[in-house]
Design a protein around this ligand. Structure first.
Ligand code: PMP
Length: 434
């Protein structure tokens, strides 16, 4: 029974006992006690459409996940120092989704840990330290991961840029240096990596690698021009570095047309990082790589994570990937994503404050602009909060926080897509009438 605890009591408790930089979404925060597929229910049982959460990839409170978790907890839960068929079954399932060169998996507890490990692998393999990364990316909350997360270290109060990190402009062909009218923009953005490599060499760090969210999400739901990543990887490899694809947001079928974002880019990474959705809410991160890179890391020092690759985690991870296949959720992401995209494009025609609609599958962004074309941060905040009043949860992203982010569980259906666009249409009309 949750009812005796009011939202205000919980809010007061948070203020009393939690750090002030633990943020809450919405001016009027929501308290959510139940979930079902892509719906959530507050303390009064009122439903919200979850059009934002990528963690419940196969839906909130998925019965198959509940069943394997309960079954495994009844049997036992232990670590990778003992044999269990669930470990190899999960690794084989993950690797079956990746190109043949990926033969080794490491299991950890979060996207952050997987990226932290990716840094260690890149350094072990190359003997170098320098990293190149886009100038508005996010890879996690630990010291190493923050160092390659310009979105965090570059903020006022952030730790600043480490001297072994070099930044390149996010390949945003809507607002960046090279725009959609330019057929050579992918190569031009990729060429920005050359001076970054040169600077790392001058400083004596060499090039350990390049890491990027395949489609930059905190950068504003950006789809880089096709071929960008392949061109970057070529340069990084020529400089002796390894190429790390952070597929935490883009992987596992969300894009509809592709299981992983790097496929769209015609690029073949050396390390692929998966997180968030792969555990459907259970803490789980996975790093996949080649035998050669894994061998460089196998240097006599044991790698161990108490919970990473636990029996429970492996059972849940495998079940998530099986559900995506069994329920054809990648195809659902393609079909419903296309419908949403078309609906949003129609709104772009109608409402002047929409500057751009972009995305793929169920990874979508709506860039809001002021009449002079500048980033409409306030309008974005207004719309996000009004959507919440209508009980539709969406997010916002971008360096100026002016891009609406729509990234629902893959179970979302056509009716929900209509609901999102029709409510958004009404709220956009409110914006214009102010
Ligand atoms: N990489 C990306 C692209 C992410 O979006 C996130 C989480 N937002 C992370 C890494 C870190 O994952 P976690 O919070 O599970 O550590």
């Amino acid at each position: 029974r949750y009812h005796p605890v009011s939202k205000n009591d919980v809010l007061a408790g948070r203020r009393a006992h939690f750090g002030g930089n633990l943020s809450l979404t919405y001016k009027d925060p929501v308290m959510l006690l139940r979930g079902w597929k892509h719906h959530m229910f507050d303390e009064w049982g009122r439903p919200y459409l979850d059009a934002y959460n990528n963690v419940p990839h196969v839906g909130h409170a998925n019965p198959r996940i509940q069943a394997v978790a309960a079954d495994q907890l009844k049997r036992m839960n232990s670590n990778t120092r003992y044999l269990h068929p669930a470990q190899t079954a999960f690794a084989e399932k993950v690797l079956s989704k990746l190109p043949d060169r990926f033969e080794v998996c490491f299991f950890v507890n979060s996207g952050t840990e997987a990226n932290e490990l990716a840094l260690r692998l890149a350094r072990a393999h190359t003997g170098s330290k320098g990293m190149v990364t886009p100038d508005h990316g996010y890879h996690g909350n630990t010291t190493g991961a923050i160092s390659i997360s310009a979105y965090k270290f570059n903020k006022p109060g952030g730790v600043g840029q480490a001297d072994w990190v070099e930044l390149v402009e996010v390949a945003d062909d809507y607002r960046g240096s090279y725009r959609r009218g330019d057929p050579d923009r992918a190569q031009k953005f990729a060429d920005l990596v050359d001076p970054a490599i040169a600077r790392l060499r001058e400083k004596g760090h060499g090039v350990a690698g390049f890491i990027a969210e395949t489609f930059p999400s905190v950068g504003g739901q950006i789809i880089p021009p096709q071929g960008y990543l392949a061109a970057v990887y070529e340069k990084i490899r020529a400089a002796g570095g390894v190429c790390i694809a952070d597929e935490v947001q883009t992987g596992l079928g969300r894009l509809g047309a592709y299981y992983f974002g790097f496929e769209h880019q015609g690029a073949l990474p050396d390390i692929v990082v998966m997180g968030k959705p792969i555990g459907n809410g259970h803490p789980l991160g996975v790093l996949a790589t080649t035998k050669e890179i894994a061998a460089s890391f196998d240097n006599g020092i044991e790698f161990f994570s108490t919970f990473g690759g636990s029996t429970l985690s492996c059972r849940i991870g495998k079940e998530v990937l099986d559900i995506v296949d069994d329920e054809q959720l990648q195809e659902n992401a393609r079909v419903v994503g296309a419908q949403l995209f078309d609906g949003l494009k129609a709104l772009e025609e109608k409402h002047a404050c929409i500057g751009d609609v972009r995305g793929m599958g169920l990874f979508l962004g709506v860039e809001l602009i002021n009449p002079d074309g500048s980033e409409a941060t306030e309008i974005c905040s207004y719309i996000k909060n009004r959507m919440r009043d209508h009980r539709i949860l969406i997010g916002s992203e971008g360096p100026k926080d002016n891009i609406l982010k729509i990234r629902p569980p893959l179970t979302i259906d056509s009716e929900d897509a209509n609901m999102i666009t029709s409510v958004l249409d009404k709220i956009l009309s409110e914006v214009e009438s102010v």
